[in-house]
Ligand binder design. Sequence first.
Ligand code: NAD
Length: 419
Amino acid sequence: MSSRPQLRAGMVGMGMIFDETYRPCFERLHRDGLFERGFGDVDVTLAAVATRTGRRADAYKQRAGDLIHAFDSFSGENAVDELLKTDVNFVCVATPDDRHYEACKKVLEAGKHLLVEKPSVLSLDEWDELVRLARKQNVLAKVVYHKLLDPDHKKLRTLVADGILQHVNNGYCSLLEPKQISGSQFSEWITGRNPGTYVAVHYIKLIDFTFGGRLKAVQASGQRGIIAPADGPTWDSTQLKMIYEYEDGREAAFDIHTSWVMPDNFPGYVEQEVQFRFDNGIWNGHSRKRGVECTVEGKTPFDFKISMNNHYNGTFLEPWGVRSQRGYGIEVIEQFIREIAHLEFGGPVESRNDRMETLRGLAYNDLAADRQVVAAVHAMEVILKEAANGRPNGTVTIDTDGKLTLHVPGVAEPVPVAG
Ligand SMILES: NC(=O)c1ccc[n+]([C@@H]2O[C@H](COP(=O)([O-])OP(=O)(O)OC[C@H]3O[C@@H](n4cnc5c(N)ncnc54)[C@H](O)[C@@H]3O)[C@@H](O)[C@H]2O)c1
C-alpha cells in the first residue's frame, strides 16, 4: 500500500448504472489517483462490492483485469453486512429504487459516507430516518443527480441565479425510454413500479434546485397494459404535475411526462425535452436538437442509438491519442469523492466539522436538501397506488409544515400521508 492518503470505496449493486458511470470513474481513479492542491494526491480504491448473486462482480473482475483494484466481492442475503465489516470509507448504493433504503440505512449505521442513486428513497419516513442517521453518525449522505451537472442545465440555473431569466411560471419536461428498459433491462424488479419515480425524479430535482420555492401540490396519472396487465400496479407511462409557490406568493406549475414503453427502434436511449416559461423569457431544451444523430446500417438503433448524449457519457478517442470515457454522469461521482477527500484530507482534523457543515450545505446533492423531491416521489407513489386500487385522480397537498395529505375524488375524508 502507498503512503498516500487512502479512500476505499464500497459498491452495492453492479448493474447498468455501475457499468456506465461508476466503473469508468473507479477505473480512472485507480489509474490516475485523485489530486487537488487542497487535499493533495489521494489513492481511491474500489475495495469491496455487494451484489445479489456475485455473477456480475465476477464477470467484471475477469473483464477488467488490472484496470481495477482487486476488490472483495460479497453476495447473497448478507452481502451488504459483509461489505460493511471491511474498512471502506464510503459506499455507493446503486440497487433498484425500492431497495435503496435498506442498504443506505446499514451504510449510515456503520458510520460510512453514503452516495445513493436517484431517487434516494421512496417515502418521507425513510428520508427522515436516513437524514437523522447521517447527522448522528457525522457522515455525509449524498444523492446522485447528474443532470444538475449537464452544461445546459448549469446554464439555465446560471441565467436564473443572475436574474436574466425572471420568475418561472410554468413548464414541461418529458423523458422517454424504449421498451427494452422496462421489458428486459429492469424486468427483474419492474412489478409494481412506474417510470415516473425512476426518471421524472431527475426533472423534479432540476426544478426544485434551479427555481427553489415551496412544493404545495402534486397530481399524477398514468397508463397501464403494455408491460403488465391494465388493472395491475405496474405502469407504462406517467404524467406528474407539481405546483410550487414562491416567496412573493406567485405560483408555478410543472408537468413531467415519462414513459418506458417507446418502440425499441426509437432513435434515442433516453429522449429528453424541457420547456420553461418565465415572466420575461422562455428556455427550450431538447436532447436531439442539441445533439448528434448518427445512423449506421446494421447497427443503429439497436447496437447503439441514433441520438447520442455525448455530454452525459461517451467513449472517445481523444485528440492526443488515448481512449477515454467521460461526461457529467461520471463527473458527478468523482465530484462526490472529491468532497470526501476535501473533508478528510483538506485541512486540519480540528476543522473537519466546519468542512462537514460546508459540504452538508451543498443542496445539489445533500440528502437533507432532498425533502421536496422525496415528497413529490412519495406523493406520486401514493397517488398511483390509489389509482391502481380503483381510486384515480388523487392530489397530494403539502402544507407549510411539510405535512402531506391525500385528497381523492369521491372520498370525503382527506388521508394523512406523511410529515
Ligand atoms: N443516474 C441515472 O441516470 C441512472 C440511470 C439508470 C439507473 N439509475 C439508478 O441506479 C439504480 C440501479 O439501476 P440499474 O440500472 O443499475 O439497475 P440494474 O437492475 O441494472 O442493477 C441492479 C444491481 O443491484 C443489485 N442488487 C439488487 N438487489 C440487491 C440487494 N438487495 N443487495 C445488493 N445488490 C442488489 C443487482 O445484483 C444488480 O447488480 C436505480 O436506483 C436506478 O434508478 C440511475
